[in-house]
Design a protein around this ligand. Structure first.
Ligand code: SAM
Length: 281
């Protein structure tokens, strides 16, 4: 199967004729995003936490803005993780941290691991800032914006020990499948920022999305099933409201734990094939 025929949100690292600057690529090939814009206001306490903590704990992905020549945005600034966290430690990125319940609990349970939470939804980040403020966590940093930009432009190759994707939006309607985050192309982009033997941990309560994810995993051979003793951080997840609802409604949670095969075994990830991705109405 040619994944990009079916799942156009797959990767878009440039081929030989692709434009160099990521922002230029974003303008030419706007990606169908895996999230919808949601507005929401912060409580006064969250606003105070934001003012106080965001300059130190947060970074923004530059916004995409419409122009006469199509959507565009500034190139995202690379993150210097050891400087930002103030130490060198295994770093795990969480894609779509929601309200941060799992993020904060897992960071508290493993103080020797740094957690990079990425989320687009400001009120959710506001809640996570509140948790950090109340508990005094020092090992969480947050990026607001599209996680795909974070791991394609902001995080260095071979720098993360793990990536968590818990309950990604399932986009159940067929016409929305193009919005699903987890495609073979995106998995390869994740593999690029993982260290050798780094781990991707995915959980979903959506049976159809679980089948889709399994098929996408089978499309590439850089991320392979990990044995439990190969995982250098905890796989224990606190129950978030998504999992609680799934349990009450009798849905099964499927987890995937994947290991990035060492580079000297597999070479560089193959280029995802089709950069020619256009937003569809
Ligand atoms: C169904 S919620 C799950 C939240 C959380 N992981 C949990 O288990 O409670 C999915 C979250 O992913 C976020 N999201 C989806 N695509 C994203 C992306 N490309 N970058 C950052 N966040 C994203 C959404 O805003 C939403 O908050």
């Amino acid at each position: 199967m040619n994944t990009t025929d079916h799942h156009p949100s797959g990767g878009q690292r440039g081929g030989p004729s692709a434009p160099d600057a990521p922002a230029e690529r974003a303008r030419l090939y706007p990606r169908v995003t895996s999230f919808r814009s949601r507005h929401g206001t912060l409580t006064p306490a969250q606003e105070r936490n934001w003012e106080q903590l965001w300059p130190t704990l947060g970074r923004d992905v530059p916004s995409t803005i419409p122009t006469d020549h199509g959507p565009t945005r500034a190139t995202a600034e690379p993150l210097d993780l050891p400087t930002w966290f103030g130490r060198t430690a295994p770093t795990v990125m969480e894609v779509g941290s929601g309200t941060g319940t799992a993020t904060a609990a897992m960071a508290a349970a493993e103080p020797d691991v740094d957690v990079l939470a990425v989320e687009v939804y400001r009120p959710g980040i506001g809640q996570l800032l509140g948790l950090i403020h109340r508990t005094g966590l020092t090992n969480v940093r947050i990026v607001r914006g599209d996680a795909v930009v974070v791991f394609t432009e902001m995080v260095a190759t071979a720098s993360l020990t793990g990536i968590r994707v818990f309950f990604p939006d399932p986009w159940p309607k067929s016409r929305h499948h193009k919005r699903r985050l987890l495609t073979a192309g995106i998995l390869l982009q994740m593999a690029d920022v993982l260290i050798d033997d780094g781990i991707v941990h995915i959980a979903t309560d959506h049976a159809d999305y679980a089948e889709w994810i399994a098929a996408e995993i089978a499309e590439q051979d850089i991320l392979v099933a990990a044995a439990p003793d190969e995982v250098p951080f905890s796989l224990d997840r606190p129950t978030t409201k998504f999992e609680g609802r799934a349990e009450r409604e009798g849905r099964v949670v499927t987890e995937f734990v994947l290991r990035r095969r060492p580079r000297d075994e597999v070479g560089a990830p193959t280029e995802p094939s089709n950069p020619d991705i256009k937003e569809t109405p």
